[in-house]
Design a protein around this ligand. Structure first.
Ligand SMILES: NC(=O)c1ccc[n+]([C@@H]2O[C@H](COP(=O)([O-])OP(=O)(O)OC[C@H]3O[C@@H](n4cnc5c(N)ncnc54)[C@H](OP(=O)(O)O)[C@@H]3O)[C@@H](O)[C@H]2O)c1
Length: 316
């Protein structure tokens, strides 16, 4: 099969579009013909060597987000059949085929094509687990979403609205109309206003400001996290998906700080697919590129200013 692989850590140039062995599904696995693969910051954080340390040379197919069609099932798989359209988080997504646990995927939302479905799994699971599992967000509460226009942020906005929360979102001014359209009640341009001057008594803060893109964004991201403590009400919770918040600082403010790393969860993906099909949540696509153009996709994602998602089209 064709795949994008890396054999050493480095910049976008280490991504190679080449032949690779087609994976074999194990007993509880699906073999999926990938139609589209979503791009996440984790892909270039791993590519650059910041996340994992494998001894070089190695072969690694990046990517976690997949939407495609079941090509074959392991003997232990009962919930899926050949030909089912599925989406989920499986490592090795930048390829024509990926194999992985059936327990990690769900049937694709019916109203989305593969490009839009591939935009969803990692960011929707992250937003869900951050807002509802860690943040325990409920109807009538207020949530501040830092980086509301990004992949995670724009789905978090819609999930929080669906849950009946009041949503405050930060982004640069060019994203104001976009964010108001998807449900933000109050918009704050982080370039012209300090959110802590206008926001207080928030129940949940979601910190989703992208890290490792460049030094300027990183510096502002760290500062944004520190300035977020003061906007929480007593016993409120700051959930970061980027940095483990200091428990000492949280205690000093009389609030809680949590970090989550998104986990595959087929039940949540099924519930999210239902929300998509019911019209409550819709992914926005920033850019679609071919699988061969993974390098360009990483360069774009690394600017730290994507609106919604970048997706690689695998089947034309
Ligand atoms: N722990 C986990 O399980 C997990 C899961 C997914 C993602 N993550 C991490 O979460 C971060 C966000 O991921 P993502 O996919 O949402 O990234 P992304 O789509 O690349 O985020 C880009 C967005 O960030 C916004 N932004 C940049 N600087 C900002 C600032 N100072 N304040 C407010 N918004 C700002 C940009 O808005 P403007 O263009 O308007 O500036 C842009 O819309 C990444 O670091 C990723 O690695 C972690």
């Amino acid at each position: 099969m064709k795949a994008v692989r890396i054999h050493k850590y480095g910049g976008p140039e280490v991504l190679k579009y080449e032949d690779a062995p087609r994976p074999e599904p194990g007993e509880d696995d699906l073999l999926i013909r990938v139609h589209a693969a979503g791009v996440n910051p984790a892909d270039w954080q791993i590519r650059s060597g910041k996340r994992t340390v494998l001894e070089e040379p190695f072969s690694l197919i990046p990517g976690f987000d997949v939407s495609g069609v079941v090509e074959a099932t392991g003997s232990g798989v009962t919930h899926f059949q050949v030909g089912d359209a599925v989406y989920g988080m499986l490592p090795g997504a930048y390829a024509e085929y990926v194999a992985g646990p059936a327990a990690s995927v769900a049937h694709k939302p019916r109203c989305l094509d593969h490009i839009h479905a591939a935009a969803m799994p990692a960011v929707a699971l992250t937003a869900w687990q951050a807002l509802f599992d860690a943040g325990e967000l409920s109807a009538g509460q207020t949530v501040l979403i830092q980086a509301a226009a990004g992949g995670v942020g724009h789905i978090a906005v819609q999930l929080a609205k669906w849950a009946g929360a009041r949503v405050i979102g930060t982004a640069s001014g060019r994203n104001e109309d976009f964010l108001r359209k998807i449900g933000v009640d109050e918009f704050i341009d982080y370039r012209t206003r300090r959110f802590e001057d206008v926001v207080r008594d928030v129940d949940v803060v979601l910190d989703a400001v992208v890290r490792d893109a460049d030094e300027a964004i990183d510096a502002l991201a760290g500062e944004t996290l520190e300035r977020s403590w003061s906007v929480l009400k007593k016993n409120g919770v700051l959930v970061s998906i980027c940095t483990r918040p200091s428990s000492e600082t949280a205690a000093a403010h009389g609030v809680r700080g949590k970090y989550i790393l998104a986990q595959s969860n087929a039940a949540q993906l099924t519930e999210i697919a239902g929300l998509v099909d019911a019209g409550h949540v819709k992914p926005t696509i920033d850019t679609v590129l071919g699988l061969k153009d993974a390098r360009k996709a990483h360069e774009l994602s690394q600017t730290g200013h994507t609106r919604g998602k970048i997706v690689l089209r695998v089947v034309e």
